[in-house]
Design a binder for this molecule. Structure first.
Ligand SMILES: NC(=O)c1ccc[n+]([C@@H]2O[C@H](COP(=O)([O-])OP(=O)(O)OC[C@H]3O[C@@H](n4cnc5c(N)ncnc54)[C@H](O)[C@@H]3O)[C@@H](O)[C@H]2O)c1
Ligand SMILES: O=CCCC(=O)O
Length: 644
């Protein structure tokens, strides 16, 4: 039987929290009732109290309420013995005294004790340990985050169903609209999100602008320390992030972990680059002058990212922007917002001040329009399709705004007669089927010299047939689902078109038979088409699916011409052992990135980006930081006439 005080405590906590009173008042008001009820409350006391609004100087937005101390592992581990009120630190790293809050949280485990997971009941505005009640108390639908997600992710603090504007997790869109996030492996709903639009975007821009002076004037070393902490937290939580990523975008867990390693490496790289921004002192043309070049952050930055790399496309923009002293409004893909929101949660835990990273999710054209037309936003970083990139580039041109574009690709692989065929076959299959073929630098068109065509085709088919298709969460699965039914239709269309035009189906070619619930997923079997020709759709268009078309060629010139016959210019690969040919072909290919006897070309130290319709600018590497810096020339007159 619960005592009256026990029954009252959660209600009191919820009512007070909803009253909008400042957090410190809530804690003081709730504490006696909570304590009388035998609950432990994360809140300031003694030394901890001064830390409650610690590094960012802001008030955390909720009270962390623990289980009755007798039941709670947190209680046992963190509460001091003895009578009297107990307000002990249960906070996230660096935020003793309070758990930092998020409006999107339903039932939230403490990241300070991640292994305890959902046993810890750090509830915001809920005052209940029951998930259904907590969900209802927050005014969220039961499906805000599905039980499937909750049961698989250990640190529930990473799960948000809200945008982030000026440090506040914003659960509701101004017009109350929502959208759903689906698991492409089953079609199941994973989460329901607010469908934000222009109002929220304007608020996010204002928040990013307000904090810009504070952030840009912070010593680079301090900005770097926050980025490094973010990097460390990402790696600490990599398994939870991988689970979230696989659930919403379908890629196998091993690939998700690879993307997280790559994304974290970008954050670490730009933390190191932050302290190396330097200008120039020029030799003046007159002795009475001194001429300098300084580098300054461009200001408020908009970032729009795709679903196929839900993390690394974000970190390649947000990390250099923050390192340079810019503040950011991020619009992640609506198909995969959960990964982005988990990253933002970790950035907050790392001590990133409110407003430095804002996230708006929902109506892409409305959000994009605000970002591109706002005078406050000085730069836009976009990764996605060439069609949308063109739209945004036109808007940025109109607004005279800096823009970088990482767009579509249609990567060729050339296998010359002297190539190591086993290496080439493995590379082709690995590259073409990575993320089920949904990678901008995936091998799309394979050109094989006549003399080695049959052997190479056989090896490619053999490697393809070894792959297991299924739910990316299942161990041993190599190829996950496509992101949407529309993506499935596109691949099906390319295969049908190729076969109709004389292509030979050497492997795959249709939707695989998979048991429920995977029968509801967007799966397509890894497919190899032989004797492909240039009139096929798969020659001209980016397939973005698990298809390997093999084309024949007979001379080097023909191979390079075929490879360059595309509007795209992102990545190209070729296999040869001839050094002179290697240099010649690398120079003749019209692409931003070249893999010679190698397909794993992505690295934080190397410039990533394309030419032609594949985009403008570069991400990663030392070139990636300069995208977020303005060059300013300062001429100092020394006030005396030129002499001698
Ligand atoms: N070059 C690269 O580095 C790179 C990396 C990954 C993906 N891509 C490309 O991205 C494409 C696949 O991604 P996608 O299907 O998500 O692309 P997409 O262009 O449809 O969407 C990308 C982002 O743009 C947003 N968006 C859509 N319409 C918009 C609008 N009118 N205004 C503003 N934003 C809008 C989407 O919501 C999403 O966040 C492929 O072509 C792929 O090659 C390129
Ligand atoms: O799709 C684009 C990203 C690919 C990569 O990071 O290798």
């Amino acid at each position: 039987m619960m005592t009256p005080a026990q029954r009252a405590a959660p209600v009191l906590a919820a009512l007070l929290a909803r009253s909008g009173a400042p957090c410190c008042q809530l804690i003081s008001a709730c504490a006696p009732a909570l304590t009388a009820a035998g609950w432990s409350s994360g809140g300031p006391s003694g030394d901890d109290a001064s830390d409650a609004t610690s590094s960012s100087g802001r008030e955390p937005s909720y009270i962390a309420v623990g289980l009755p101390t007798s039941q709670s592992p947190l209680g046992r581990r963190s509460l001091a013995p003895g009578p009297g009120p107990v307000y002990r630190s249960t906070g996230h790293t660096g935020r003793p005294g309070l758990l930092r809050g998020t409006a999107g949280g339903l039932l939230r485990g403490s990241s300070a004790f991640p292994s305890l997971g959902s046993q810890l009941t750090c509830l915001r505005h809920k005052g209940t340990t029951n998930l259904d009640e907590a969900t209802q108390a927050a005014g969220l639908s039961r499906a805000a985050v599905s039980p499937d997600v909750l049961s698989r992710v250990k640190d529930h603090g990473l799960l948000h169903t809200a945008g982030l504007i000026g440090g506040k997790w914003t659960e509701t869109a101004s017009d109350k609209g929502t959208f759903e996030v689906h698991n492409p492996a089953t079609g199941a709903v994973l989460a329901t999100m607010p469908r934000m639009r222009a109002d929220e975007t304007r608020a996010a821009i204002a928040a990013a602008h307000a904090v810009l002076p504070q952030w840009r004037h912070k010593p680079a070393k301090e900005r770097a320390a926050i980025l490094r902490k973010w990097h460390d937290l990402i790696l600490q939580h990599q398994h939870d992030i991988a689970t979230i990523m696989t659930l919403e975008c379908g890629k196998p867990t091993a690939e998700a972990l690879g993307e997280i390693a790559s994304g974290a490496a970008s954050v670490e790289w730009f933390a190191a680059e932050a302290v190396r921004v330097c200008g120039d002192v020029l030799e003046p043309h007159n002795r009475d002058r001194r001429m300098l070049v300084i580098k300054q952050p461009v200001g408020v930055v908009g970032a729009i990212t795709p679903w196929n790399f839900p993390m690394s496309m974000i970190t390649r923009k947000v990390a250099p922007a923050l390192a340079a002293g810019c503040t950011v409004i991020l619009k992640p893909a609506e198909l995969t917002p959960l990964t982005a929101l988990a990253l933002a949660e970790l950035a907050e835990r790392a001590g990133l001040p409110d407003g430095c990273l804002n996230i708006v999710i929902g109506d892409a054209p409305a959000i994009g329009h605000e970002l591109v037309s706002s005078d406050t936003v000085r730069k836009l970083g976009f990764t996605g399709s060439t069609a949308v990139g063109r739209l945004l580039a036109a808007g940025a041109g109109q607004a005279v705004k800096r823009i970088s574009l990482e767009l579509g690709g249609n990567a060729p692989v050339i296998v010359f007669g002297d190539a190591d065929l086993e290496l080439a076959a493995k590379g082709i299959v690995g590259s073409a089927l990575r993320n089920a073929g949904q990678t901008c630098i995936c091998a799309n068109r394979v050109f094989v010299h006549d003399s080695v065509y049959d052997k190479l085709a056989e090896a490619v088919v053999e490697h393809t047939r070894k792959l297991k298709t299924g739910d990316g969460l299942e161990p041993g699965v190599n190829v996950g689902p496509l992101i949407t039914p529309a993506a499935l239709d596109k691949v099906t269309g390319h295969v049908t078109d190729a076969v109709a035009k004389g292509g030979k189906l050497l492997a795959g070619g249709s939707k695989p038979e998979l048991p429920a619930p995977l029968s509801g997923g967007n799966f397509f079997a890894p497919t190899v088409i032989g004797d492909a020709t240039i009139d096929m759709r798969c020659f001209k268009e980016e397939t973005f699916g698990p298809l390997i078309p093999l084309f024949r060629f007979s001379t080097d010139e023909e191979a390079v011409l075929l490879a360059n016959t595309t509007e795209y210019g992102l990545a190209a690969y070729f296999y040869t052992r001839d050094l002179a040919r290697a240099w010649r072909v690398a120079e003749e290919l019209e692409f931003g990135m070249i893999g010679l006897n190698e397909v794993a070309i992505t690295s934080e130290v190397a410039p990533f980006g394309g030419v032609k319709a594949s985009g403008l600018g570069r991400e990663q590497s030392k070139y990636g930081l300069s995208e977020f810096l303005d060059v300013k020339y300062v001429c100092m007159g020394l006030g005396y006439a030129e002499s001698g």
